[in-house]
Design a protein around this ligand. Structure first.
Ligand code: NAP
Length: 279
């Protein structure tokens, strides 16, 4: 797979490119794929999903897919103009703050309408034992104690924040091999979810886990580990989301579709020449 290149472009779609409006979905989440799936069958839209390229073997959303960074705000602005994107849907992960910030500025610069989806954060239930922390470094400080057996499933990129932990033991689960230093007392398992509540409880019990470190990602895809921690009475060190302006954020894909309908009604579109590049 090459960065900045398509990895899927259905030929039936290509035939009608000249009279379609172009929606760019900034993806990398289950909901972004859900939105792509919902929109890709529409005959009036060309749906392009953009993935950061963090995984060598990502799950591919429906429609056209491009992979890799745009090159900051200016690069994204150029992309929007060059590919005559009519609407951008930012459905990135709540912790992917930079691409969301870039999208906001690039859409403002190019006057391309932006719809922002963000799944709601998890909130602690009465039975939960959560310690809320602001960032990964604070989480590492909180758990690095000789009695602790810590489950870390926070994505490969953020593991480096735990590399200097020398006291606690860590069970680290990632989808693909991390390319950063891991804590000295640790074991790595490579596995791709979703995981059921039963699987998470069995794993935590078998490994005598005492603490779970988690990003407050929200959504259902990774919630089983939070439920499992609750049922087993484990401590969850919950990392808060990076700050963002959430005034215009939609929490539900159905609201995204409604907002898109409104925009498609009100924004005037130019038809694209058939030869115009798509990716
Ligand atoms: P980020 O800090 O927001 O983005 C860093 C750069 O990656 C962006 O400036 C952009 O590069 C590129 N990028 C990110 N998302 C992109 C997309 N959908 N399409 C094209 N380029 C994209 O995000 P991150 O570094 O990927 O991740 C930050 C946190 O979010 C981590 O905790 C990670 O685990 C979590 N997360 C991210 C994703 C994801 O798909 N990005 C998925 C799940 C979880 P340019 O400036 O060059 O355009």
């Amino acid at each position: 797979m090459q960065k900045g290149h398509p990895i899927a472009a259905p030929s039936s779609t290509q035939q009608r490119l000249s009279d379609m409006r172009r929606v760019l979905i900034l993806g990398g989440t289950g909901e972004a794929s859900q939105i792509a799936e919902h929109l890709a069958h529409r005959p009036d839209l060309t749906v392009i999903s953009s993935l950061a390229g963090r995984l060598a073997q990502p799950k591919t959303p429906a429609g056209i897919v491009r992979v890799g960074g745009f090159g900051g705000v200016d690069g994204l602005s150029e992309y929007l103009k060059a590919h005559k994107i009519n609407v951008v849907i930012d459905a990135t992960h709540p912790f992917a703050a930079r691409i969301s910030h870039n999208a906001k500025l690039a859409c403002r610069q190019t006057q391309v309408p932006l719809i922002v989806f963000e799944r709601p954060a998890w909130t602690a239930q009465p039975q939960d034992h959560w310690i809320a922390v602001a960032d990964f470094a604070s989480a590492a400080l909180r758990v690095d104690n000789r009695q602790n057996r810590v489950f870390l499933s926070i994505g490969r990129q953020e593991l480096s924040g735990f590399a200097n932990c020398g006291s606690a033991w860590f069970l680290i689960r990632t989808i693909e091999e991390p390319d950063v230093w891991l804590p000295q007392n640790s074991r790595l398992i490579l596995s791709r979810g979703p995981f059921s509540l039963k699987e998470e409880k069995e794993l935590f019990a078998k490994e005598a886990i005492t603490h779970v470190v988690s990003k407050n990602s929200g959504g259902v895809g990774t919630y089983a580990k939070i439920q499992a921690a609750r049922e087993l009475g484990l401590v969850v060190v919950m990392i808060d989301r990076p700050p963002r302006d959430r005034t215009a954020v939609l929490p539900d894909p159905d609201e995204v579709y409604r907002e898109l309908e409104e925009l498609l009604k009100n924004v005037s579109f130019t038809l694209h020449p058939r030869e115009m590049p798509l990716l």
